[in-house]
Write a protein that binds this ligand. Structure first.
Ligand code: PA5
Length: 437
Protein backbone atom coordinates (compact mmCIF):
# COMPACT_ATOMS: atom_id res chain seq x y z
CA UNK A 1 0.00 0.00 0.00
CA UNK A 2 1.30 3.41 -0.94
CA UNK A 3 0.39 6.40 1.21
CA UNK A 4 0.69 10.05 0.38
CA UNK A 5 4.11 11.44 1.16
CA UNK A 6 5.15 14.24 3.41
CA UNK A 7 8.49 15.80 2.51
CA UNK A 8 10.15 18.39 4.73
CA UNK A 9 13.61 18.58 3.19
CA UNK A 10 12.95 22.25 2.27
CA UNK A 11 12.31 23.06 5.93
CA UNK A 12 15.46 21.38 7.28
CA UNK A 13 17.56 24.57 7.07
CA UNK A 14 15.11 26.20 9.44
CA UNK A 15 15.38 23.48 12.09
CA UNK A 16 18.31 22.55 14.33
CA UNK A 17 19.80 19.16 13.57
CA UNK A 18 18.32 17.21 16.50
CA UNK A 19 15.23 19.34 16.99
CA UNK A 20 12.75 16.94 15.46
CA UNK A 21 14.14 13.99 17.44
CA UNK A 22 13.93 16.01 20.68
CA UNK A 23 10.32 16.89 19.86
CA UNK A 24 9.43 13.19 19.44
CA UNK A 25 8.10 12.60 22.98
CA UNK A 26 5.80 15.64 22.73
CA UNK A 27 4.40 14.44 19.40
CA UNK A 28 3.94 10.85 20.63
CA UNK A 29 2.20 12.12 23.72
CA UNK A 30 -0.21 14.18 21.61
CA UNK A 31 -0.78 11.21 19.30
CA UNK A 32 -1.57 8.99 22.30
CA UNK A 33 -4.02 11.53 23.73
CA UNK A 34 -5.86 11.42 20.42
CA UNK A 35 -5.77 7.71 19.68
CA UNK A 36 -6.48 6.63 23.28
CA UNK A 37 -9.23 9.23 23.51
CA UNK A 38 -7.74 10.81 26.60
CA UNK A 39 -7.52 14.45 25.51
CA UNK A 40 -10.00 17.29 25.73
CA UNK A 41 -12.87 16.97 23.26
CA UNK A 42 -12.61 13.18 23.14
CA UNK A 43 -16.41 12.97 22.80
CA UNK A 44 -15.89 14.13 19.21
CA UNK A 45 -13.52 11.48 17.94
CA UNK A 46 -15.99 9.40 15.95
CA UNK A 47 -14.19 10.49 12.75
CA UNK A 48 -11.06 8.57 13.83
CA UNK A 49 -12.66 5.22 12.97
CA UNK A 50 -15.18 6.28 10.34
CA UNK A 51 -13.37 4.87 7.30
CA UNK A 52 -13.63 1.37 8.83
CA UNK A 53 -16.52 1.74 11.14
CA UNK A 54 -19.16 3.59 9.17
CA UNK A 55 -22.84 2.72 9.26
CA UNK A 56 -23.16 0.26 6.35
CA UNK A 57 -26.97 0.52 6.14
CA UNK A 58 -26.76 4.31 5.99
CA UNK A 59 -24.01 4.05 3.37
CA UNK A 60 -26.24 1.86 1.18
CA UNK A 61 -29.09 4.36 1.65
CA UNK A 62 -26.76 7.20 0.61
CA UNK A 63 -25.86 5.39 -2.59
CA UNK A 64 -29.49 4.67 -3.33
CA UNK A 65 -30.51 8.31 -2.75
CA UNK A 66 -27.58 9.48 -4.89
CA UNK A 67 -28.73 7.18 -7.68
CA UNK A 68 -32.24 8.64 -7.54
CA UNK A 69 -30.87 12.19 -7.57
CA UNK A 70 -28.70 11.36 -10.58
CA UNK A 71 -31.75 10.05 -12.41
CA UNK A 72 -34.21 12.82 -11.62
CA UNK A 73 -32.04 15.93 -11.15
CA UNK A 74 -29.73 17.99 -13.32
CA UNK A 75 -28.63 19.79 -10.17
CA UNK A 76 -28.34 18.92 -6.51
CA UNK A 77 -28.44 22.12 -4.51
CA UNK A 78 -26.24 21.60 -1.45
CA UNK A 79 -27.27 23.94 1.34
CA UNK A 80 -24.82 24.16 4.23
CA UNK A 81 -21.95 26.19 5.66
CA UNK A 82 -18.50 25.45 7.12
CA UNK A 83 -18.00 21.76 7.75
CA UNK A 84 -21.46 21.13 6.35
CA UNK A 85 -20.39 21.95 2.79
CA UNK A 86 -16.64 22.44 2.36
CA UNK A 87 -15.71 18.75 2.12
CA UNK A 88 -18.29 18.07 -0.58
CA UNK A 89 -17.28 21.21 -2.42
CA UNK A 90 -13.59 20.28 -2.24
CA UNK A 91 -14.33 16.84 -3.71
CA UNK A 92 -16.65 18.25 -6.36
CA UNK A 93 -14.24 20.95 -7.52
CA UNK A 94 -11.33 18.50 -7.57
CA UNK A 95 -12.93 15.48 -9.19
CA UNK A 96 -15.97 16.63 -11.12
CA UNK A 97 -16.59 20.30 -11.81
CA UNK A 98 -13.24 21.16 -13.30
CA UNK A 99 -12.27 18.09 -15.22
CA UNK A 100 -13.44 15.99 -18.09
CA UNK A 101 -15.52 12.89 -17.47
CA UNK A 102 -13.35 10.00 -16.32
CA UNK A 103 -13.27 6.80 -14.28
CA UNK A 104 -14.03 8.69 -11.08
CA UNK A 105 -17.01 10.40 -12.59
CA UNK A 106 -19.78 9.27 -14.86
CA UNK A 107 -22.93 11.20 -15.59
CA UNK A 108 -24.01 14.71 -15.33
CA UNK A 109 -25.61 15.84 -12.06
CA UNK A 110 -24.09 19.16 -11.11
CA UNK A 111 -23.76 20.47 -7.56
CA UNK A 112 -24.66 24.05 -6.74
CA UNK A 113 -23.88 25.40 -3.29
CA UNK A 114 -26.02 27.78 -1.23
CA UNK A 115 -26.51 28.63 2.43
CA UNK A 116 -22.81 29.45 2.84
CA UNK A 117 -23.34 33.23 2.85
CA UNK A 118 -26.13 35.77 3.26
CA UNK A 119 -25.84 37.51 -0.10
CA UNK A 120 -29.11 38.25 -1.90
CA UNK A 121 -27.37 38.52 -5.26
CA UNK A 122 -25.74 35.13 -4.79
CA UNK A 123 -29.15 33.55 -4.13
CA UNK A 124 -30.76 35.32 -7.09
CA UNK A 125 -27.95 34.06 -9.31
CA UNK A 126 -28.45 30.45 -8.20
CA UNK A 127 -32.19 30.81 -8.73
CA UNK A 128 -31.64 32.01 -12.26
CA UNK A 129 -29.18 29.19 -12.95
CA UNK A 130 -31.80 26.69 -11.75
CA UNK A 131 -34.42 27.95 -14.20
CA UNK A 132 -35.43 25.16 -16.57
CA UNK A 133 -33.40 22.56 -14.69
CA UNK A 134 -34.62 19.66 -12.61
CA UNK A 135 -33.21 19.90 -9.12
CA UNK A 136 -33.23 18.42 -5.64
CA UNK A 137 -32.04 19.89 -2.35
CA UNK A 138 -29.69 18.44 0.24
CA UNK A 139 -29.85 20.69 3.29
CA UNK A 140 -27.06 19.93 5.76
CA UNK A 141 -26.76 21.25 9.30
CA UNK A 142 -25.63 19.36 12.35
CA UNK A 143 -27.12 21.84 14.81
CA UNK A 144 -30.11 22.31 12.54
CA UNK A 145 -30.27 25.94 13.60
CA UNK A 146 -27.52 27.73 11.64
CA UNK A 147 -28.91 30.93 10.13
CA UNK A 148 -27.28 30.89 6.68
CA UNK A 149 -28.48 27.44 5.58
CA UNK A 150 -31.85 27.86 7.33
CA UNK A 151 -32.56 31.06 5.39
CA UNK A 152 -31.43 29.55 2.08
CA UNK A 153 -33.50 26.42 2.68
CA UNK A 154 -36.61 28.51 3.23
CA UNK A 155 -36.04 30.33 -0.05
CA UNK A 156 -35.18 27.31 -2.21
CA UNK A 157 -37.85 25.08 -0.64
CA UNK A 158 -40.40 27.62 -1.87
CA UNK A 159 -38.89 27.45 -5.36
CA UNK A 160 -39.00 23.65 -5.29
CA UNK A 161 -42.65 23.61 -4.22
CA UNK A 162 -43.54 26.17 -6.92
CA UNK A 163 -41.89 23.98 -9.53
CA UNK A 164 -43.03 20.51 -8.50
CA UNK A 165 -45.95 20.99 -6.10
CA UNK A 166 -45.78 20.12 -2.40
CA UNK A 167 -45.84 16.34 -2.77
CA UNK A 168 -43.15 15.89 -5.38
CA UNK A 169 -41.03 18.59 -3.70
CA UNK A 170 -40.99 16.50 -0.52
CA UNK A 171 -39.40 13.62 -2.39
CA UNK A 172 -36.67 15.94 -3.66
CA UNK A 173 -35.57 17.16 -0.22
CA UNK A 174 -32.82 15.35 1.66
CA UNK A 175 -31.96 16.55 5.17
CA UNK A 176 -28.63 15.68 6.76
CA UNK A 177 -28.71 16.55 10.43
CA UNK A 178 -28.51 15.39 14.01
CA UNK A 179 -30.22 12.16 15.07
CA UNK A 180 -32.56 13.93 17.53
CA UNK A 181 -31.92 17.64 18.02
CA UNK A 182 -32.48 20.88 16.15
CA UNK A 183 -35.08 22.67 14.09
CA UNK A 184 -34.09 20.88 10.88
CA UNK A 185 -34.65 17.46 12.43
CA UNK A 186 -38.02 18.56 13.77
CA UNK A 187 -39.03 19.99 10.41
CA UNK A 188 -37.90 16.85 8.57
CA UNK A 189 -39.94 14.65 10.91
CA UNK A 190 -42.99 16.82 10.65
CA UNK A 191 -42.85 17.23 6.86
CA UNK A 192 -41.70 13.68 6.14
CA UNK A 193 -38.41 14.59 4.43
CA UNK A 194 -35.80 11.91 3.87
CA UNK A 195 -33.08 12.27 6.54
CA UNK A 196 -29.48 11.20 6.96
CA UNK A 197 -27.77 11.27 10.32
CA UNK A 198 -24.58 13.04 11.34
CA UNK A 199 -23.16 10.91 14.15
CA UNK A 200 -23.17 12.55 17.60
CA UNK A 201 -19.44 12.10 18.01
CA UNK A 202 -18.36 13.77 14.76
CA UNK A 203 -18.03 17.58 14.63
CA UNK A 204 -18.80 19.58 11.48
CA UNK A 205 -15.28 20.06 10.11
CA UNK A 206 -14.46 16.38 10.63
CA UNK A 207 -17.67 15.17 8.98
CA UNK A 208 -16.77 14.83 5.30
CA UNK A 209 -16.84 11.02 5.46
CA UNK A 210 -20.35 10.97 6.98
CA UNK A 211 -23.54 11.60 4.95
CA UNK A 212 -22.58 15.29 5.13
CA UNK A 213 -19.97 14.75 2.44
CA UNK A 214 -20.86 11.34 1.07
CA UNK A 215 -24.37 12.07 -0.23
CA UNK A 216 -23.48 15.10 -2.39
CA UNK A 217 -20.18 13.54 -3.43
CA UNK A 218 -21.96 10.35 -4.55
CA UNK A 219 -24.69 12.38 -6.26
CA UNK A 220 -21.97 14.11 -8.30
CA UNK A 221 -20.91 10.69 -9.58
CA UNK A 222 -17.68 10.46 -7.59
CA UNK A 223 -16.62 7.02 -6.39
CA UNK A 224 -17.36 7.08 -2.64
CA UNK A 225 -16.10 3.51 -2.15
CA UNK A 226 -12.69 4.58 -3.40
CA UNK A 227 -12.84 7.69 -1.20
CA UNK A 228 -13.43 5.57 1.92
CA UNK A 229 -10.76 3.06 0.86
CA UNK A 230 -8.23 5.87 0.60
CA UNK A 231 -9.20 7.19 4.02
CA UNK A 232 -8.99 3.67 5.50
CA UNK A 233 -5.49 3.16 4.09
CA UNK A 234 -4.29 6.47 5.47
CA UNK A 235 -5.91 5.64 8.80
CA UNK A 236 -3.81 2.48 9.08
CA UNK A 237 -0.62 4.46 8.56
CA UNK A 238 -1.64 7.41 10.71
CA UNK A 239 -2.62 5.23 13.66
CA UNK A 240 -0.02 2.52 13.24
CA UNK A 241 3.26 3.87 11.88
CA UNK A 242 6.03 5.18 14.13
CA UNK A 243 6.78 8.90 14.00
CA UNK A 244 9.71 8.54 11.58
CA UNK A 245 7.49 6.78 8.99
CA UNK A 246 4.24 8.53 9.69
CA UNK A 247 3.46 11.41 7.30
CA UNK A 248 0.63 12.82 9.43
CA UNK A 249 2.67 12.84 12.65
CA UNK A 250 5.71 14.31 10.90
CA UNK A 251 3.60 17.06 9.38
CA UNK A 252 2.05 17.87 12.79
CA UNK A 253 5.54 17.94 14.31
CA UNK A 254 7.28 20.08 11.71
CA UNK A 255 4.54 22.72 11.44
CA UNK A 256 4.59 23.11 15.24
CA UNK A 257 8.37 23.44 15.30
CA UNK A 258 8.20 26.10 12.60
CA UNK A 259 5.48 27.88 14.54
CA UNK A 260 7.70 27.96 17.61
CA UNK A 261 10.28 29.78 15.46
CA UNK A 262 7.87 32.56 14.65
CA UNK A 263 6.28 31.13 11.52
CA UNK A 264 2.71 31.91 12.48
CA UNK A 265 1.10 31.75 9.03
CA UNK A 266 0.77 28.58 6.97
CA UNK A 267 0.11 29.09 3.29
CA UNK A 268 -1.57 26.16 1.56
CA UNK A 269 -0.28 26.15 -1.99
CA UNK A 270 -1.67 24.46 -5.08
CA UNK A 271 -0.45 24.39 -8.66
CA UNK A 272 -3.76 22.96 -9.90
CA UNK A 273 -6.71 25.38 -9.69
CA UNK A 274 -9.17 22.60 -8.95
CA UNK A 275 -7.43 22.11 -5.57
CA UNK A 276 -8.52 25.53 -4.38
CA UNK A 277 -11.37 24.14 -2.31
CA UNK A 278 -9.12 21.54 -0.73
CA UNK A 279 -7.34 24.54 0.74
CA UNK A 280 -10.69 26.06 1.77
CA UNK A 281 -11.61 22.83 3.55
CA UNK A 282 -8.19 22.77 5.24
CA UNK A 283 -8.51 26.42 6.28
CA UNK A 284 -11.68 25.69 8.25
CA UNK A 285 -10.26 22.49 9.70
CA UNK A 286 -7.06 24.21 10.83
CA UNK A 287 -8.48 27.55 11.97
CA UNK A 288 -11.46 26.27 13.96
CA UNK A 289 -9.41 23.47 15.48
CA UNK A 290 -6.29 25.41 16.44
CA UNK A 291 -7.13 29.09 16.63
CA UNK A 292 -8.10 29.46 20.26
CA UNK A 293 -6.77 30.60 23.67
CA UNK A 294 -4.49 33.09 21.89
CA UNK A 295 -2.77 30.24 20.03
CA UNK A 296 -2.67 28.71 16.57
CA UNK A 297 -1.15 28.98 13.10
CA UNK A 298 -3.18 31.18 10.75
CA UNK A 299 -4.04 29.20 7.60
CA UNK A 300 -4.06 31.03 4.29
CA UNK A 301 -4.08 29.79 0.72
CA UNK A 302 -2.56 30.74 -2.59
CA UNK A 303 -3.19 29.45 -6.08
CA UNK A 304 -0.10 29.07 -8.19
CA UNK A 305 1.08 30.13 -10.58
CA UNK A 306 -1.74 32.71 -10.60
CA UNK A 307 -0.82 34.30 -7.29
CA UNK A 308 2.88 34.52 -8.08
CA UNK A 309 1.73 37.60 -9.96
CA UNK A 310 -0.06 39.08 -6.96
CA UNK A 311 1.09 37.62 -3.64
CA UNK A 312 4.44 36.30 -4.86
CA UNK A 313 6.28 39.52 -4.01
CA UNK A 314 5.12 39.35 -0.38
CA UNK A 315 5.92 35.67 0.00
CA UNK A 316 9.40 36.19 -1.43
CA UNK A 317 10.27 39.39 0.32
CA UNK A 318 7.69 40.58 2.87
CA UNK A 319 7.35 39.84 6.61
CA UNK A 320 9.07 36.52 7.34
CA UNK A 321 6.13 35.07 9.26
CA UNK A 322 5.11 32.20 7.03
CA UNK A 323 5.79 28.71 5.84
CA UNK A 324 4.24 26.96 2.87
CA UNK A 325 2.57 23.59 2.55
CA UNK A 326 2.56 22.66 -1.12
CA UNK A 327 0.09 20.12 -2.55
CA UNK A 328 2.07 18.28 -5.20
CA UNK A 329 0.36 16.00 -7.74
CA UNK A 330 2.66 13.66 -9.66
CA UNK A 331 0.37 13.06 -12.66
CA UNK A 332 -1.45 16.10 -13.94
CA UNK A 333 -4.25 14.01 -15.49
CA UNK A 334 -3.90 15.58 -18.94
CA UNK A 335 -1.06 15.87 -21.40
CA UNK A 336 -0.58 18.94 -23.54
CA UNK A 337 2.53 18.90 -25.71
CA UNK A 338 4.05 22.21 -26.76
CA UNK A 339 5.18 22.43 -30.38
CA UNK A 340 7.61 24.42 -32.44
CA UNK A 341 6.32 27.21 -34.70
CA UNK A 342 8.03 28.17 -37.91
CA UNK A 343 8.43 31.78 -36.86
CA UNK A 344 9.40 31.89 -33.18
CA UNK A 345 7.63 35.21 -32.65
CA UNK A 346 6.73 34.58 -29.00
CA UNK A 347 10.17 33.09 -28.28
CA UNK A 348 8.69 29.83 -26.98
CA UNK A 349 10.35 27.40 -29.38
CA UNK A 350 12.75 26.36 -26.61
CA UNK A 351 9.76 24.50 -25.13
CA UNK A 352 9.29 22.34 -28.24
CA UNK A 353 8.51 18.75 -27.25
CA UNK A 354 7.95 19.58 -23.58
CA UNK A 355 4.60 19.14 -21.87
CA UNK A 356 2.71 21.98 -20.23
CA UNK A 357 2.85 19.97 -17.03
CA UNK A 358 6.66 20.01 -17.23
CA UNK A 359 6.47 23.81 -17.43
CA UNK A 360 4.10 23.89 -14.42
CA UNK A 361 6.37 21.56 -12.46
CA UNK A 362 9.42 23.68 -13.31
CA UNK A 363 7.56 26.75 -12.08
CA UNK A 364 6.81 24.88 -8.85
CA UNK A 365 10.40 23.78 -8.30
CA UNK A 366 11.77 27.23 -9.18
CA UNK A 367 9.29 28.89 -6.82
CA UNK A 368 10.03 26.55 -3.95
CA UNK A 369 13.78 27.14 -4.30
CA UNK A 370 13.28 30.92 -4.44
CA UNK A 371 10.95 30.99 -1.44
CA UNK A 372 13.18 28.75 0.68
CA UNK A 373 16.15 31.00 -0.15
CA UNK A 374 13.97 33.96 0.77
CA UNK A 375 13.35 32.54 4.25
CA UNK A 376 10.08 30.65 3.75
CA UNK A 377 10.26 26.96 4.70
CA UNK A 378 8.41 24.68 2.29
CA UNK A 379 6.64 21.47 3.21
CA UNK A 380 5.33 19.15 0.52
CA UNK A 381 2.28 16.87 0.64
CA UNK A 382 2.62 14.66 -2.42
CA UNK A 383 -0.03 12.46 -4.08
CA UNK A 384 0.37 10.46 -7.29
CA UNK A 385 -2.85 11.71 -8.89
CA UNK A 386 -6.16 13.45 -8.40
CA UNK A 387 -8.62 10.67 -7.68
CA UNK A 388 -11.27 9.75 -5.14
CA UNK A 389 -8.90 7.26 -3.51
CA UNK A 390 -6.14 9.83 -2.99
CA UNK A 391 -8.60 12.44 -1.85
CA UNK A 392 -9.74 9.99 0.85
CA UNK A 393 -6.13 9.69 1.97
CA UNK A 394 -5.72 13.46 1.93
CA UNK A 395 -8.86 14.12 4.00
CA UNK A 396 -7.84 11.65 6.69
CA UNK A 397 -4.21 12.81 6.66
CA UNK A 398 -5.16 16.38 7.48
CA UNK A 399 -7.83 15.45 10.04
CA UNK A 400 -5.42 13.25 11.96
CA UNK A 401 -2.53 15.70 11.70
CA UNK A 402 -4.64 18.58 12.98
CA UNK A 403 -5.99 16.51 15.88
CA UNK A 404 -2.41 15.76 16.93
CA UNK A 405 -1.25 19.28 16.21
CA UNK A 406 -3.97 20.76 18.43
CA UNK A 407 -2.94 18.54 21.33
CA UNK A 408 0.72 19.48 20.77
CA UNK A 409 -0.21 23.11 21.29
CA UNK A 410 -2.29 22.29 24.36
CA UNK A 411 -5.78 23.21 23.17
CA UNK A 412 -8.99 21.29 22.54
CA UNK A 413 -9.04 20.87 18.74
CA UNK A 414 -12.65 19.73 18.68
CA UNK A 415 -14.64 22.74 19.89
CA UNK A 416 -15.16 26.21 18.39
CA UNK A 417 -16.27 28.57 21.18
CA UNK A 418 -15.19 31.65 19.20
CA UNK A 419 -17.78 31.30 16.44
CA UNK A 420 -20.67 32.06 18.80
CA UNK A 421 -19.76 35.72 19.45
CA UNK A 422 -20.82 37.13 16.09
CA UNK A 423 -24.05 35.14 16.20
CA UNK A 424 -25.21 36.72 19.48
CA UNK A 425 -24.48 40.21 18.16
CA UNK A 426 -26.25 39.49 14.87
CA UNK A 427 -29.30 37.98 16.59
CA UNK A 428 -29.58 41.03 18.87
CA UNK A 429 -29.50 43.31 15.81
CA UNK A 430 -32.10 41.15 14.06
CA UNK A 431 -34.41 41.19 17.10
CA UNK A 432 -34.36 37.43 17.65
CA UNK A 433 -36.24 36.64 20.86
CA UNK A 434 -33.90 36.18 23.83
CA UNK A 435 -31.00 38.31 22.44
CA UNK A 436 -30.16 41.87 23.51
CA UNK A 437 -27.26 44.30 22.80
O1 PA5 B 1 -16.90 22.61 12.36
C1 PA5 B 1 -17.96 23.03 12.77
O2 PA5 B 1 -18.60 22.46 13.65
C2 PA5 B 1 -18.62 24.26 12.17
O3 PA5 B 1 -17.82 24.95 11.31
C3 PA5 B 1 -19.89 23.88 11.44
O4 PA5 B 1 -19.57 22.97 10.44
C4 PA5 B 1 -20.60 25.06 10.82
O5 PA5 B 1 -20.71 26.10 11.74
C5 PA5 B 1 -22.00 24.64 10.36
O6 PA5 B 1 -22.75 24.19 11.44
P1 PA5 B 1 -24.06 23.33 11.28
O7 PA5 B 1 -23.70 22.08 10.56
O8 PA5 B 1 -24.52 23.08 12.67
O9 PA5 B 1 -25.04 24.16 10.49
Amino acid sequence: MRTLEFNYEYAMNFLDSDELACFGPTVRNARNLLVNREGEGSDYLGWLDLPENYNKAEFAAIKEAAEKIRKDSDVLLVIGIGGSYLGARAAYELLAANRPEGPDREGKTELYFAGNNLSSLYIENIKSKLAGKDFSINVISKSGTTTEPAVAFRIFKELLVEKYGADEAKGRIYCTTDRKRGALKQMADEEGYRTFVIPDDVGGRFSVLTPVGLLPIAAAGIDVDALLRGAADMRKTALGAPLEENPALLYAAVRNLLHRKGKSVEILVNYEPNMQYIAEWCKQLFAESEGKSGKGIFPASVNMTTDLHSLGQFIQDGSRIMFETVFEIEESGAEIMLKKEEKDLDGLNYLDGKTLDFVNRSAMKGTMKAHVEGGVPNLIVRMPEQSAYWLGQLFYFFEFAIGVSGYISGINPFNQPGVEMYKSNMFALLGKPGYTD
